[in-house]
Design a protein around this ligand. Structure first.
Ligand code: ADP
Length: 396
């Protein structure tokens, strides 16, 4: 069965076409700069890369172009659009309504619209993508997979902020958490690697990419996570501050910063970029630090220190801990950062093996034989996770 996975942004559509249940990727690509100059479809069919530059005025045109490329007599990968039996969409915010992926209907669309002001940069383009694929393939089931859904098992004690309770009732202000598809995928895979049932694992999953978040998983279910109402809370990220004293914002407001300034400051100008003053990219910062750039080193140190704090906190939350899992561009590739995070944690049973850690590639166990807690590197695969959900939900 062929499943299309779509991740729609405000001016882009990322997609992968899967053969299921084998999870074989038969095509993938990206429509970029929709509605702007230089718009193009960049795609890969059977490992061969191509670019189609042409005006793409809106998302409907983007979806049409993707489908044309998929069935192209020259280099297409399927004969007919009808071969696509289901479409899975990444949707960032599901609010409190969804505990898992769902078949999209009018009610689901209304729910996604209802929480759009909690994710103004993501939910509206996600909906645009859903509508565009509905236009193009009206008879094909469409499934929504939410970044928030895995975290819907977080108990009230962990999701409530200590603000007046009415703000939760009136505006839905609470912790929702994000990257749920990734946390769930690696937690399930960690259970498999340890020979455990998926509901019999306690782990801390660290998704470390441009955006980063940590989740505490008890018995296979998320019980706490570092991102909150929005993806700004938690650990230090590429350009986001993560946790700060909220009074800093009042202080800066008194100094003349507007709400828009503060939003930009915390989301776009902070994190390792703000600390280093030079880059949001961890590879670049690693090179600069090696060359003697103290601020780059400081950014790397603060990044690792904050994650270490979350691991300590979540160890206390979970009580029993089977594994710490690293994933995302940084978690999967940066051995030195994993070492900095896990250093001096032997008191809580976490001990890396330097050679295994340095040599890790793909899925790997990087803890030492003495480590009470397994430390695992597991590549995330959010598209495959969405494809699996979409496949399962569209079975008769
Ligand atoms: P996104 O959140 O945008 O999906 P990724 O998961 O791709 O981001 O992660 C991007 C980050 O991963 C960048 O900071 C990049 O420098 C970092 N990264 C990728 N490869 C390496 C590496 N070999 N060593 C250190 N950092 C790396």
């Amino acid at each position: 069965m062929i499943v299309l996975v779509v991740n729609c942004g405000s001016s882009s559509i990322k997609y992968q076409l899967f053969e299921m249940p084998e999870r074989r990727v038969i095509a993938k690509g990206l429509v970029e700069r929709i509605g702007n100059e230089g718009s193009a479809l960049v795609y890969e069919h059977d490992g061969k890369k191509s670019t189609l530059e042409q005006p793409i005025p809106d998302h409907d045109a983007g979806v049409e172009l993707i489908l044309q490329a998929l069935v192209s007599p020259n280099d297409g990968v399927i004969k007919d659009i009808d071969e696509i039996k289901a479409v899975g969409h990444r949707v960032v915010h599901g609010g409190e309504a969804f505990t898992g992926s769902v078949l999209i209907n009018d009610e689901v669309i209304a729910s996604i619209e209802k929480v759009a002001d909690l994710a103004p940069l993501h939910n509206p383009p996600n909906l645009t993508g859903i509508r565009a694929t509905q236009h193009a393939m009206p008879n094909v089931p469409q499934i929504a997979c939410f970044d928030t859904a895995f975290h819907n098992t977080i108990p009230q004690v962990a999701y409530m902020y200590a603000l007046p309770y009415e703000l939760y009732e009136k505006f839905g202000i609470r912790r929702y958490g994000f990257h749920g598809t990734s946390h769930r995928w690696v937690a399930r895979r960690a259970a498999e690697m340890l020979g455990k049932d998926k509901y019999d694992i306690n782990c801390i999953t660290c998704h470390l990419g441009n955006g980063s978040s940590i989740a505490a998983v008890r018995d296979g279910k998320s019980v706490d996570t570092s991102m909150g109402l929005t993806p700004l809370e938690g650990v230090v990220m590429g350009t986001r501050s993560g946790d700060i004293d909220p009074a800093i914002l009042f202080y800066l407001a008194d100094k003349g910063y507007s709400v828009a300034d503060l939003n930009k400051l915390c989301n776009k100008q902070s994190g390792v970029l703000g600390l280093s003053g030079s880059s949001n990219d961890m590879r670049t910062l690693g090179e600069k630090a090696k060359a003697g750039d103290d601020r780059a080193q400081l950014a790397l140190d603060v990044f690792a220190y904050r994650i270490k704090k979350y691991i300590g906190t979540y160890t206390a939350v979970l009580g029993k801990l089977d594994a710490v899992v690293f994933t995302g561009g940084i978690g999967e590739n940066a051995a030195d950062i994993r070492a900095a995070i896990c250093g001096n944690l032997d008191q809580i049973g976490i001990e890396l093996d330097t050679a295994l850690n340095n040599g890790a590639s793909g899925e790997a166990t990087v803890s030492s034989g003495n480590s009470r807690v397994a430390v695992l590197v597991i590549p995330t695969n959010e598209e495959a996770a969405i494809a699996v959900d979409t496949y399962q939900m569209s079975q008769p």
